[in-house]
Design a protein around this ligand. Structure first.
Ligand code: NCD
Length: 341
């Protein structure tokens, strides 16, 4: 095993800015290579003896479970803590002390925390690689990686490339860290056309919009959701991040952010539909309606499935594991599994 810097500019994965088009392609190649393990066709024990420290100080279902599942499926072991209540941060322990302590128990750490910049602070005091699983409304690099991986696959199935495609991005663009990381990562591509639509007060931060323009993309704001989704190849919707809202920012409109009627009105029922999930299913939550679930372009569960491949690829990169080591530690699966289609 070679101790090379795992990601560009260091061994931690904190931001999508750590990727170039070629390192992104390398990571996606690794994500393809672990498909037998996500499909339960084979077993891999390449991380035998390695320990993941999983620290989630904000709610999570898919990010935590898919990171942990990815590590376990590569043969590693996992320790985990969730929420402030059950960690010593509830007793006032600093990020730096916590980071140093858990570094002693783990070979790699995955951290989610509600404050922007907190995971970088964690990484500065850690002695093992740290992966940012979301820092407040800052970044969520592993989600952007799985989103772009899914975009490549879904557009590819339609004979299209990501370069030159048209995307509508809808919802709480102000607080949605998945959107911030996604648009920044897509700056590695060419000639994209973004249409954004957000409730008043929840617009895309200027610096994210600027990054897209500097990369040579086009970005325009739509007046309505129907106008936003007309003529696009992909729609990416996000929930309103109520936990980050103050009373004056609560969106006035109830109903759906996006539903089948909007897509029919825009004459775009075939569009690829993405969402980082969770989808807020409470009445008037102003999110993606489940009435789009039987449309042919729905890709939200492809995203969650692809997340496992991407997170395995992230661990292999962070821990400097070669494709050859993976091959040598692969065995047949002696038990039955219901296989994903
Ligand atoms: C997102 C997150 O936590 O940023 N969820 C996820 O990780 N897939 C999106 C959200 O919470 O709205």
């Amino acid at each position: 095993m070679v101790d090379l810097p795992a990601f560009e500019q260091g061994r931690h994965l904190l931001s999508v800015a750590q990727f170039s088009r070629s390192s992104l392609a390398q990571l996606f190649g690794l994500a393809d290579a672990v498909e037998p393990f996500t499909r339960r066709r084979g077993i891999c024990t390449v991380l035998d003896g390695a320990m993941l420290g999983s620290l989630f100080f904000e709610p999570s279902t898919r990010t935590r479970l898919s990171f942990e599942s990815a590590f376990l499926r590569l043969g590693g072991e996992v320790t985990t803590t969730t929420g402030f209540t059950f960690s010593s941060m509830a007793k006032g322990e600093s990020i730096a002390d916590t980071a140093r302590v858990v570094s002693g128990y783990s070979d790699v750490l995955v951290v989610r925390h509600p404050e922007v910049g907190s995971v970088a602070e964690f990484a500065a005091a850690a002695t093992v690689p740290v992966i940012n699983a979301g820092d407040g409304s800052g970044e969520h690099p592993s989600q952007a990686l799985l989103d772009v991986y899914t975009l490549e696959k879904e557009l590819g199935r339609r004979g299209r490339a990501v370069d030159g495609c048209r995307l509508a991005v809808l919802g709480d663009l102000r607080h949605g860290r998945t959107v911030h990381s996604l648009i920044r990562l897509l700056c590695l591509y060419r000639d994209l056309d973004f249409t954004v639509f957000a409730p008043a007060g929840l617009e895309l931060p200027d610096e994210v919009a600027q990054a897209a323009l500097v990369a040579g993309h086009r970005l325009r704001t739509a007046e309505s959701v129907v106008a936003a989704v007309r003529g696009v190849d992909v729609v990416y919707a996000t929930r309103v991040q109520r936990e980050r809202l103050t009373a004056e920012l609560a969106p006035a409109s109830g109903g759906d952010l996006l539903n089948r009627r909007h897509l029919a009105q825009a004459d775009n029922l075939d569009v690829i539909i993405m969402h980082p999930l969770p989808r807020d299913s409470r009445p008037d939550a102003f999110d993606l309606s489940p009435d789009v679930d039987d449309l042919p372009g729905l890709a939200i569960f492809q995203q969650t499935d692809n997340g496992l491949n991407i997170r395995m690829a992230i661990f292999l990169t962070a821990l400097g594991v070669s494709a050859e080591a993976v091959r040598l530690t692969t065995k047949q699966r002696p038990w039955n599994a219901s296989l994903r289609p």
